[in-house]
Structure formats: C-alpha cells, structure tokens
Design a protein around this ligand. Structure first.
Ligand code: NI
Length: 179
C-alpha cells in the first residue's frame, strides 16, 4: 500500500465530473481503495473521494470513528463505495461545520439532508445499501459531491461562515463574539 498525494483546492481535477467504474471487482480498483484508505488514515480524515487523489472515478471511502460521535453505536467502519447513489428520505436539513482534506486547516458551515439512503458497490462487487443520518449522512453527501466536482465551499450556508479552524473556533462558534 502507499500514501497518495492529495489534490488541494485550485487543482482542476477537484472540479471535474468523474466517470463510472465499469468493471468491479478489478485489481487496480482494489489497490486504489487500499491506497485511499491508507491516505485517509494518514491524514486523519473521515472521508476521501478518488478525485482528491487525482483519479477521476466514482469511488469514495469514509468512516465514522468513535471520537467523532457521542453515541458509540453510531460509529461506521471504513466503507468503500463504488458508483454511489444517494436518495434523500427526509425534508429535514442540518447546518454543521465541515472540513476537507483538499482544503486543509479550513472549515465552513454547510446545510445537508439529515437522512438519506445510499447504495453502491464494495470492492468485491457486492451491493451495499444503507440508511444514514447525522454525521454518517453528512460525510456521504460531502464525498458524493466530490464526484460531481462540488466542494463544500460551494454549499456554504453563509459566505462568511468559512475560515481557518482556529479563528472559527474562537469567533463564529462563540455566539457572544458574533454580536
Ligand atoms: Ni472533501
């Protein structure tokens, strides 16, 4: 396995629509998913889409680690999804702060559907179909956006709700400071 170089904001591959993976399982796709997993863990990320490692294909990986959620039952093991599709199953939305390995050190407030179902194939070609809510649903929506060339900064709730993590922690997240 190897750690891959992550494309950062400004690289045109992040704005390109990706192509469908036609052959699953395939050794090169398996290797890519393993390398993406190693890359995501090395960068301490919770999601990664193939274009972020300069591969314009419909592949995402994600996880919901224990430290990211209050309820231990809502953790999700590292999951790879090939050719993923999302369906929104609720009109409810949530605003939450997001980050992205392609925009290091920064964070922005983004509205996402609270509840979705998603489906796709794993690296062995098995169909995965799941319902997701909260952070799990948010990560999948963020990663699938990458496959359409959309970054979270294109979906900000407010154009001012974006900045360096430290500044946002100090000001935006502290209601008193905002007034
Ligand atoms: Ni991202």
């Amino acid at each position: 396995m190897s750690i891959l170089k992550i494309a950062r904001l400004g690289h045109p591959i992040l704005q390109k629509r990706t192509s469908i993976v036609k052959k699953i399982p395939h050794p090169s796709i398996k290797k890519l998913i393993k390398d993406m997993t190693e890359t995501m863990l090395d960068a301490k990320g919770i999601g990664l889409a193939a274009p972020q490692v300069h591969v314009s294909k419909k592949i995402i990986i994600f996880r919901v680690p224990e430290e990211a959620v209050k309820n231990k039952n809502s953790t999700i093991e590292i999951t790879a999804l090939i050719n993923p599709k999302i369906t929104k199953i609720s009109k409810a939305t949530e605003d939450q702060w997001e980050g992205c390995l392609s925009i290091p050190g920064m964070t922005g407030l983004v509205k996402r559907s609270s509840k979705i179902t998603y489906k796709g194939h794993d690296m062995n070609g098995n169909l995965i179909k799941k319902e997701a809510e909260g952070l799990h649903a948010r990560i999948v929506q963020h990663e699938v956006d990458h496959l359409m060339g959309i970054l979270y900064i294109h979906r900000l709730v407010d154009s001012r709700a974006f900045g360096f993590v430290n500044e946002i922690e100090d000001y935006w997240k502290n209601e008193k400071e905002r007034k």
